[in-house]
Design a protein around this ligand. Structure first.
Ligand SMILES: Cc1ncc(COP(=O)(O)O)c(C=O)c1O
Length: 387
């Protein structure tokens, strides 16, 4: 699974260098004390260069990345922001916190946003679409981007999963007007907690940079305490410790993704010999990050049975089926804004529910136990009563 498996001397060296150069943990100021060490700035620059993007802003989490990205749109009470039913609760929380109305689409067999349903959900009030590359597999970006362009709606990619993945040779997170990333402890690179936003437009970047920092414009002609501002904001600044770890982790991203993909393929090579299972749909042109291997079964009962069998072999699953209620919007009856919009919320999105219920998601780790493949295979044989 994630970058946490290979936190090592590279991260420690980056961290130590902060303490050798004045121990400044704040991203701004203290210029004479820090002897040229600006870890967050360096992480932002390295990140945008790797992803061939123009502007980047590091923040405190993937959730705050979404919130800050939405802040650039000046959303009003009746504005609508569309996202998909299968995502983490954070995507909808960010919309609600931005005072906009969350509108939800069904997913298709990619387990990501169904572009046909997106078309049906767009209204005059739609201001943005947040497409999510759930568990590292690209959504139908070409179709969704075309729709957003035609309707002149802002496209934001929630790339909490899929950092370093590509679709048609272009990095995930760089197709939309903005792309958000998460570096929480379960992601393929981690800074403990942390996030990043990539921007196409200078104006969006400048608005976001100010908003995530109480409105500070970081005017080079002014000391910080006299800084200029045009709007209020909040504090979602990344600190230097996170920036330092991010610099080291980013250098490991290619290795992590290639190893994930190899491990996923090695597992699939063996278990695909069992009749009655398939993988989630991965679109042609996808370079997915293989954070998980999603096994599709014939029905919900078999999925539950497989999870039980996997647990007997001490193999955990990831999100599906056990953490489904954190990742499926019709179960979020605690979010009033969703309840208001969708009467009988828990009965909505049956098309997507039927797709998700049949799936079991196996986390992919960098370091695989040598018996893992054999045990997954046995668990499948037991669950499907194959011998
Ligand atoms: C799709 C999605 N969006 C946003 C987030 C939020 O990221 P963070 O945990 O860094 O706040 C997550 C976290 O798992 C996620 O899965």
């Amino acid at each position: 699974m994630p970058g946490f498996e290979i936190i090592g001397k590279e991260e420690k060296l980056e961290l130590n260098s902060i303490f050798k150069k004045g121990s400044v943990l704040f991203r701004h100021g203290f210029d004479s004390k820090r002897k040229g060490s600006y870890k967050v700035k360096q992480f932002e620059n390295n990140f945008k260069n790797k992803f061939k993007s123009k502007y980047s802003l590091a923040v405190t989490s993937g959730t705050s990345a979404l919130r800050v990205a939405l802040a650039t749109l000046d959303l009003k009470k009746d504005d609508e922001v569309i996202t998909q039913v299968f995502t983490f609760v954070a995507t909808v929380e960010a919309i609600v916190e931005s005072k906009a109305k969350p509108i939800i689409t069904e997913i298709d067999e990619t387990l990501n946003m169904d572009p046909n349903d997106l078309l049906k959900k767009i209204t005059k009030k739609t201001k943005a679409v947040i497409v999510v590359h759930m568990l590292g597999v690209p959504a139908s970006l070409d179709k969704i981007k075309k729709i957003c362009n035609q309707k002149k709606i802002c496209l934001i990619e929630d790339t909490a999963w899929g950092c370093g993945g590509k679709f048609k040779n272009k990095y995930l997170g760089t197709w939309g007007q903005m792309g958000t990333f998460s570096f929480d402890f379960a992601k393929n690179i981690t800074t403990g907690e942390g996030g990043m936003i990539l921007f196409k437009n200078k104006n969006d970047y400048e608005k976001a940079a100010a908003w995530h920092d109480h409105g500070h414009e970081n005017n080079p002609k002014k000391p910080r305490w006299e800084d200029t501002r045009k709007s209020s904001g909040f504090n979602f600044r990344m600190n230097e410790l996170q920036g330092a770890v991010g610099i080291a982790q980013l250098k490991k991203l290619n290795y992590i993704i290639n190893k994930h993909r190899k491990n996923r393929d090695d597992i699939w090579k063996v278990i695909s010999k069992n009749k009655g299972i398939s993988q989630r749909k991965i679109l042609k042109g996808s370079f997915d990050t293989a954070d998980a291997l999603i096994i599709k079964l014939k029905d919900k009962n078999l999925a539950i049975k497989l999870r039980k069998e996997l647990l007997r072999f001490k193999i955990s699953t990831k999100i599906l089926p056990e953490a489904y209620t954190w990742h499926f919007a019709s179960t979020w009856t605690h979010i009033n804004e969703l309840k208001k919009k969708y009467k009988n919320l828990n009965k909505c999105f049956q098309v997507s529910k039927k797709i998700i219920e049949k799936c079991v998601s196996i986390p992919i780790f960098l370091n695989m136990n040598k018996n893992l493949i054999k045990n997954i295979d046995l668990a499948i044989k037991n669950a499907l009563s194959l011998k």
